[in-house]
Write a protein that binds this ligand. Structure first.
Ligand code: AMP
Ligand code: ZN
Ligand code: FE
Ligand code: FE
Length: 296
């Protein structure tokens, strides 16, 4: 069946796999997406294209359309800034080189977090974190899961609140790309840079968010994530308004992580998300305009 003709046509463009801090492998995600009838997905792992690369090389025949993707953390001291990259070339050499720098910084930071936890009296080895991670990029949610398994806390959320959140007793910051670098890294690999979950920037009001968006657009940003489980109808309306005003694309996804975020389900988020396929059409159309038709 032609994926785009599935009716009704819903998508999920924000998914984490075992290549970062999700608990489902890319092929499990593809199967689950087909089971619930999604017509397109993007695996957007933190600071790695490995999840997308694995999904694209999945040899099982499937009818869900797979958009190569990534989610890059950018340096933004007053909040958390994540830049999604869509239709990105997963084999791009300069992309891989930049990601390697970020991944090394992440690995060093993880070791220091575990050391802090040990100093707080928690008996934890880094190997236990690696085991939970399944071999992909290790993140704080993995450390949180080990804390849950050990009974130190009841939930991943509690692990963040008690130990791992920014400023928490075990928190260690790490090198992140400056926003313009994150955007340019995606553009250089022919991807479409999109601001993820704008509320995590902690902008105080619409005007401040708009200023940030304008700066990011000047740096090459092409879109805003409008549909997201934590976006209420007012936020969604605000992000749509800003996207329209500034000629930015709109995207959406659940930020599915599996076990690390059990309340969020693939395709539907916390229950009732339905993200229309036309957003994918707009992404593809813009790619023709931005990078020259027929380049992919
Ligand atoms: P890291 O990239 O290793 O710094 O970890 C950031 C990840 O932790 C992101 O994927 C967030 O979604 C996740 N995260 C942050 N706060 C929480 C929380 N309270 N519960 C679960 N996951 C969280
Ligand atoms: Zn994550
Ligand atoms: Fe994110
Ligand atoms: Fe995410």
């Amino acid at each position: 069946m032609e994926a785009a003709r599935r009716n009704p046509s819903f998508i999920d463009l924000h998914i984490h796999s075992t290549a970062s801090d999700g608990s489902s492998s890319p092929s499990e995600i593809i199967k689950a997406a087909e089971n619930i009838g999604l017509s397109a997905i993007a695996i957007t792992d933190h600071d790695t294209v490995e999840g997308s690369a694995q999904a694209l090389s999945d040899l099982q025949s499937h009818c869900v359309e797979i958009l190569p993707g990534i989610e890059i953390s950018a340096d933004f001291p007053s909040g958390s800034m994540h830049i999604l990259g869509y239709l990105i070339r997963v084999d791009d050499l300069s992309l891989r080189q930049t990601l390697k720098i970020v991944q090394e910084a992440r690995a060093k930071r993880n070791l220091r977090i575990v050391k802090n936890l040990r100093e707080l009296g928690i008996d934890m080895k880094y190997d236990e974190v690696i085991e939970v991670s399944g071999g992909g990029q290790v993140g704080r949610p993995h450390i949180a899961q080990v804390l849950v398994h050990k009974g130190v806390v009841q939930s991943v959320d509690e692990a963040f609140k008690t130990f791992l959140k920014k400023g928490g007793p075990a928190y260690v910051s790490r090198y992140r790309l400056p926003p313009s670098e994150a955007i340019q890294t995606i553009l250089r690999a022919a991807g479409i840079p999109v601001l993820a979950h704008p509320f995590t920037l902690n902008a105080r009001n619409e005007r401040e968010l708009e200023r940030i968006l304008v700066d990011l657009k000047q740096a090459g940003l092409k879109g805003v994530e409008v549909y997201y489980p934590d976006h209420g109808s007012r936020s969604k309306a605000q992000y749509k308004r800003l996207a329209l005003r500034h000629g930015l694309l709109m995207t959406g996804g659940t930020d599915f992580h599996g076990a690390a975020k059990p309340e969020v389900h693939l395709g539907v988020g916390k229950g009732d998300m339905r993200i229309p396929y036309r957003l994918v059409e707009e992404l593809k159309k813009s790619k023709g305009v931005v990078h020259g038709l027929g380049k992919r």
